[in-house]
Design a protein. Structure first.
Ligand code: BES
Ligand code: MN
Ligand code: ZN
Length: 497
C-alpha cells in the first residue's frame, strides 16, 4: 500500500474521505461539496442519524452533482479528545470499507477538529498509520482467491497543510509498522512452517538493519544448564533455540541495555498434559511474546533508536512424545533452582525461567520486560483487549502503563506477593510449575519472579491480546502484533539519550 501526502484538496473524482467531529458542523470543504450535490450529503447524514461519534461512517455512492464514485463521511468523536489514536481509527475505518471494494485509490481530506491539540503533521501521519495497519493482509497460502476477494486499494493520499512535516513523521510510523507487520507475519505463519529454527532464521534478517543476532542451539543451552527450557522441547522433533538480538544505538555502545524477553512456543499442544482438541490450532500463536519482542527490535532498529536494546526469545515446540517430559519430573534450571513439573502445559514459564536468568546474567540490563501468552486465566480476568502486567518496580510499571495508553495497547497491573508465592511451593523441589485452582495468572508471575534477581522487571501476559477473532480498530482479524508499539514507545519516551 502506497502512502502519499499532498496539500488539502477536495478531489471530486474517485473516493474522498472527510471527517466530522461529534456534534460539529461539516467542514468548509464538505459544505462546498454538499452545496454542489444540492444537499444530498447532509440529507444522507441526517437519515443515518450521523452525529460524528467515534465509529460512525456514512458512505454516499456517486453523489449527484459530483464526479465522485464514493464519499465517505467518518465520525471523529469529540474534538477535544482527538489525538493520534483517533486519527488512526478514522484511517482504519475508511480502509476497512474500501480495501476490497474495487476502488484503487482514496484521498483523505480530513480536517483536524477545532479545539484538538494535535499538530497537522502528526495527525496526517497517524491517519496514514491507521490505513496502513488496517490494510495488513497475509495471503501467502491462498492460491484460489477471486479477483473480487483480493485487495484493490493500492494508493492512499492524505491531505494536510504540512506536507513536509507529515512525510517526516510518517518515516517514524513506517518504521513502527514494519515492526508490527514482522510480528504479525510470525504469529500468522502455520506451525508446520514456523518452528523454532525457522523463527530464528527469519530473525537473522534483522542483521540487515544493524541488529546483532546470535542463535543458541540445544548443545549451547545444555552447556549453560538451561534444563527448564530444554525440558519443554524434549517431545519435539524440532530443535529448541534461544534467539539473542542486540541493537546498539546509544552513543555509548557499552552502556547497560534495556531488555525484552519473549515466550516463543511455536506450538503448544500441552505436551503429555495434552490440551483438548477443539481450538488447539490457536496455540500456533503461543509465540506472540517472542514475535512482539522481535517486531519491537525491527521497529527500533528501523528508526535507529538511540538506545541499547537486547531482545531474547526462548523458542520451543511443546509436543507429546515418548521422549517428552512427564508430570512428576524434576528439572534443574540455569539458575540452579529445581522445578517439579506437575503440568507439562504450564510450559511458558519454564521457557522464560531460563531466558530471564540468562538475560540478566549476561547483560546486566537496566530492566527486563517479558511478554508471553502465558495463561488462559488472564483472558478470564481481563478479557481480550488489555494485557495483564505484573512488576516488582512501580516506576517501570507506570512507564509501561503510560506507553500502553498512548499507543492503544493498554495494560492493567495485577497484584503479586508472598501470599501468592507460597502457592507454588513443592514437596520435592524448590518450586512446582503450577499453583492451585485460583489466581492462575498471578502464580505464573510469581514463578517468573523467582528467576529475577534484583533487577527491575515487568511481565506482560498477552494471552488475551496477541490474537483477535474479530477485526478491531487498526487490527484486522488474526495476529495483532500487540506489544510492539508499547515497547517502542517505552524506549522512545524514557531511554533514548
Ligand atoms: N499457552 C497457554 C496459555 C494460553 C491459553 C494462551 C489460551 C493463549 C490462549 C499456556 O501455555 C497454558 O497452557 N497455560 C495453562 C496453565 C495451566 C496448566 C496452569 C492454562 O492457562 O490453562
Ligand atoms: Mn501450555
Ligand atoms: Zn503455552
Amino acid at each position: 500500500m502506497q502512502i502519499n501526502f499532498a496539500k488539502f484538496e477536495a478531489s471530486e473524482e474517485g473516493v474522498l474521505v472527510v471527517g466530522v467531529a461529534e456534534n460539529e458542523e461539516l467542514s468548509g470543504l464538505a459544505q462546498h461539496l454538499d452545496k454542489k450535490a444540492k444537499g444530498a450529503i447532509s440529507k444522507a447524514l441526517t437519515t443515518m442519524r450521523f452525529t460524528g461519534g467515534k465509529g460512525q461512517l456514512v458512505e454516499v455512492l456517486s453523489p449527484a452533482g459530483l464526479e465522485l464514485d464514493r464519499l465517505l463521511v467518518v465520525g471523529m468523536g469529540g474534538a477535544e479528545g482527538f489525538n493520534g489514536l483517533a486519527a488512526e481509527s478514522v484511517g482504519a475505518m475508511a480502509t476497512a470499507r474500501l480495501l476490497t471494494s474495487g476502488q484503487k485509490e482514496v484521498c483523505f481530506a480530513v480536517e483536524i477538529p477545532k479545539g484538538a491539540t494535535i499538530e497537522p503533521d502528526e495527525a496526517a501521519a497517524h491517519l496514514a498509520l491507521g490505513c496502513y495497519l488496517r490494510g495488513y493482509r497475509f495471503d501467502n497460502y491462498r492460491t484460489t482467491l477471486k479477483k473480487t476477494e483480493k485487495p484493490s486499494l493500492g494508493k492512499i493520499t492524505i491531505g494536510t497543510e504540512d506536507v513536509a512535516g507529515a512525510k517526516k513523521a510518517w518515516k517514524q510510523q513506517e518504521a513502527l509498522s514494519s515492526g508490527i507487520f514482522f510480528a504479525r507475519d510470525l504469529v500468522t505463519e502455520p506451525p508446520n512452517v514456523l518452528y523454532p529454527a525457522e523463527f530464528a532464521r527469519r530473525a537473522r534478517k534483522l542483521e540487515e538493519l544493524g541488529v546483532e543476532v546470535e542463535i543458541l542451539d540445544e548443545k549451547d543451552m545444555g552447556k549453560l544448564g538451561m534444563h527448564s527450557l530444554l525440558g519443554v522441547g524434549l517431545g519435539s522433533e524440532r530443535e529448541s533455540q534461544m534467539l539473542v538480538m542486540q541493537w546498539k544505538g546509544a552513543s555509548d555502545r557499552k552502556a547497560a541495555p534495556v531488555a525484552f524477553v519473549g515466550k516463543g512456543v511455536t506450538f503448544d499442544t500441552g505436551g503429555i498434559s495434552l490440551k483438548p482438541g477443539p481450538g488447539m490450532d490457536a496455540m500456533k500463536y503461543d509465540m506472540g511474546g517472542a514475535a512482539a519482542v522481535t517486531g519491537a527490535m525491527v521497529a527500533l532498529a528501523s528508526r535507529k533508536a538511540r538506545a541499547n536494546v537486547v531482545g531474547i526469545c526462548g523458542l520451543v515446540e511443546n509436543m507429546p512424545d515418548g521422549k517428552a517430559q512427564r508430570p512428576g519430573d524434576v528439572v534443574k534450571s540455569m539458575s540452579g533452582q529445581t522445578i517439579e513439573i506437575l503440568n507439562t502445559d504450564a510450559e511458558g514459564r519454564l521457557v522464560l525461567a531460563d531466558a530471564l536468568w540468562y538475560c540478566q546474567q549476561r547483560f546486566k540490563p537496566q530492566f527486563m520486560v517479558d511478554l508471553a501468552t502465558l495463561t488462559g486465566a488472564i483472558r478470564v480476568s481481563l478479557g481480550l483487549e488489555i494485557g495483564g502486567m505484573f512488576s516488582n518496580n512501580d516506576q517501570l510499571a507506570e512507564r509501561l502503563s503510560a506507553a500502553g495508553k498512548r499507543e492503544g495497547e493498554e495494560l492493567w497491573r495485577m497484584p503479586m506477593g508472598e501470599r501468592f508465592d507460597k502457592l507454588i511451593e513443592s514437596p520435592i523441589a524448590d518450586m512446582k510449575n503450577i499453583g492451585g485452582q485460583f489466581g492462575g495468572s498471578i502464580t505464573a508471575a510469581q514463578f517468573l519472579q523467582r528467576f529475577v534477581n534484583k533487577v527491575a522487571w515487568a511481565h506482560l501476559d498477552i494471552a488475551g491480546t496477541a490474537w483477535t477473532d474479530e477485526a478491531r480498530g487498526t487490527t484486522p482479524k488474526g495476529a495483532t502484533g500487540f506489544g510492539v508499539r508499547l515497547l517502542n514507545r517505552l524506549v522512545a519516551d524514557h531511554y533514548e539519550g
